[in-house]
Every structure is written in structure tokens, then in C-alpha cells.
Design a binder for this molecule. Structure first.
Ligand code: 6PG
Length: 252
């Protein structure tokens, strides 16, 4: 497993850098296999990235969009991750509607919808035990959660399916499981803001376990792990005092 840590001057630079890395990974996947599968993060950090990706001239018919987690709300709800990504990016480009695979939230039963999305992934990826997404984008909360894998929740231990039900303060959410995330070729964390510093310290420099700081559970089986931080988040970290390599491909 290869890990890269990059600390960018500010959020604008973080988005510019993540845009270049994501675009080059998309192009690389398409060059290799004729298709790119990417799972999107929710929250606020990735939204400007999605807006920048909407300005790219990419072979949209060869890109398939999934979500790594979803709040259990209707697709048109202001809190919907699907709604955010469609407004910021997917509605702005000529991507075939069948290439967009949102998490369902309309069965009035999150476990049923989780099973439905699990089946959707298995139908799409075929018989891979753990489908390997080309790219999984992740954010991180100030408590160290990622996707909808929250501290001290049962979802963290689920290892017999692709999709499970996470919960945030009792509210259900659909989420990729840890093994599904770790099967990806490129896992890219985008983390910004001073309020993330403490969780990053725990993840990079402490013996705290992954049940306390779930982002610590993200260790790709064979792929590359990218931590892209702005200075406000990464101020107490430097590439030199972590086990992470700085990116050897600055041209990326
Ligand atoms: C969600 C996300 C969640 C998010 C973190 C960070 O559905 O909210 O998937 O895991 O990435 O909470 O959110 P911010 O980017 O808004 O800090």
C-alpha cells in the first residue's frame, strides 16, 4: 500500500490539487480499462471540487458515478449528497443518466435500501468479492468519521457486505463498509478546516483505535491512499513526521 500526505496552503489550493489528481486518475482508469468508477463523498468540502470537475472535458460516457454514503432523506432533500453532487456537477455535464447510480432512500427502510444498493454494486461489478472502485472520495468529520462510519457504531465492524446502515445521533445513513472502501484503487481524503486538526493528530500520531476514529480504519488492501489537507487542518502534521510519503509525482 502506498500512502501520500499533501498539505496545501489553503482550501483553494486543496481543491485545485485534488482536481488535478482526480482528473488524472479518471484518465488513467479510462486509458487502462475504458471505464472509470468513482464513489463520491458528501458534506461541504468536496462541493467546490465537483464544481471544478463540471468544467472538465472528460469522456462522460465512460465514467460511472456512485456514492460512498447517503443521508436517509429523499433525493431532493437539501441534506441529500446526491442532490449536492447533481447540482454542483452531474447536471452540468452530458453524463448519460444510466451512468449515475445513487443510493436509494425511498423504501422507508434503510436496511432494505442498503441491500438494494449492495445488489446494484454486485450487478455492476460482477462476481468480485470486494468490488475495486477506481476512485473513492472521502471526507472526514471532526470526530474522525468518514463516509457514514461514525465512532463506536456497529457499522464499523460490518465485513460481510458492501453496504450497511450507519447512524449519526440516531439518524440512519447508508454507507460503504470499511472492506469495500479498502478494496479501492485510489482512496482520496479531502480534509479542510482547523476543526479537523485533533482528529488528524489521533489518526496519524496516536494509538487511538479505529472505533474511536473511524478514518483510521481506511487502509487500502492494494491501492493508494491520498490524504489531501489544507494547512488549517494539517497544521500540526508535516509529511516528514508521518509514515506517509510526500507525493513523488508532483506533476500529477
Ligand atoms: C456526509 C459525508 C461525511 C463528510 C464529513 C466531512 O454525508 O456528510 O459523507 O462523511 O465527508 O462529515 O464533512 P465536511 O466536508 O462538511 O467537513
Amino acid at each position: 500500500m502506498t500512502k501520500y500526505l499533501e498539505i496545501l496552503d489553503d482550501q483553494l489550493e486543496l481543491i485545485k490539487r485534488s482536481r488535478r489528481i482526480v482528473v488524472s486518475r479518471i484518465q488513467e482508469a479510462i486509458a487502462r480499462r475504458g471505464i472509470c468508477t468513482i464513489a463520491l463523498a458528501g458534506g461541504s468540502t468536496p462541493k467546490p471540487l465537483y464544481e471544478k470537475l463540471a468544467q472538465e472535458n472528460l469522456p462522460w460516457e465512460q465514467i460511472h458515478i456512485f456514492w460512498g454514503d447517503e443521508r436517509y432523506v429523499p433525493a431532493d432533500h437539501p441534506d441529500s449528497n446526491q442532490r449536492m453532487a447533481r447540482q454542483a456537477w452531474l447536471d452540468q455535464v452530458p453524463m448519460p443518466p444510466n451512468n449515475i447510480h445513487p443510493m436509494p432512500t425511498d423504501a422507508a427502510d434503510p436496511y432494505l435500501d442498503a441491500a438494494t444498493y449492495d445488489a446494484t454494486l454486485r450487478a455492476f461489478f460482477g462476481d468480485q468479492t470486494w468490488p475495486a472502485f477506481d476512485i473513492i472520495l472521502l471526507g472526514m468529520g471532526d470526530d474522525g468519521h468518514t463516509a457514514s462510519l461514525f465512532p463506536q457504531t456497529a457499522a464499523l465492524a460490518v465485513s460481510d457486505r458492501l453496504i450497511t446502515v450507519g447512524e449519526k445521533q440516531g439518524e440512519p445513513r447508508l454507507t460503504f463498509t470499511v472492506p469495500l472502501i479498502n478494496a479501492a484503487h485510489h482512496i482520496i481524503f479531502l480534509v479542510a478546516g482547523h476543526n479537523k486538526q485533533e482528529a488528524l493528530q489521533q489518526i496519524f500520531h496516536s494509538e487511538a483505535d479505529g472505533f474511536a476514529y473511524p478514518s483510521k480504519l481506511i487502509e487500502p488492501d492494494h491501492g493508494i491512499l491520498w490524504w489531501l489537507l489544507d494547512a488549517a487542518a494539517g497544521d500540526r502534521l508535516t509529511p516528514h513526521d508521518t509514515i506517509y510519503q510526500t507525493n513523488p509525482h508532483p506533476a500529477l
